[in-house]
Design a protein around this ligand. Sequence first.
Ligand SMILES: [Zn+2]
Length: 144
Amino acid sequence: MNNAQLPPTCMVDARLVRLTTDVWSRLPNTVKPLIVRKVRVIAEVDSWDAFTTGELRKLGINRNLARWRETLGVIEISRSDCDGVEDLAVLGAIVHEFGHACQVMSRKGDVASAEKAADATSVEWGFAKEIAALEKQRCIDNQG
Ligand SMILES: [Zn+2]
């Protein structure tokens, strides 16, 4: 299982495909089997649905590059939210979602610590620059 393949993807945007493939190629091989078990599909969406957008706005979040939908086992990446954002931050968002996928369910009740843990896991995997870029992007986008 050392050369586990990227989970199935449903993406048309060439840039998002390239960035997702890049993250996968750089992940430690030891974590890939777990991710393959938990992530059923990595899907591109044009934009978030109106409900999600409303919920994000309530939290002061004006842009959300990607999300992990644990109950579905789906990582969603928003093409429109990634537009105009530097590659480094998008790479950070993708690895962050892989980090979430490796978390155990019990973290679910505490959103803030789950977010920190996903960032910390990503840094452990060698993505410190990408997480710093993602954090910078969050500061630009969010006034929550
Ligand atoms: Zn997160």
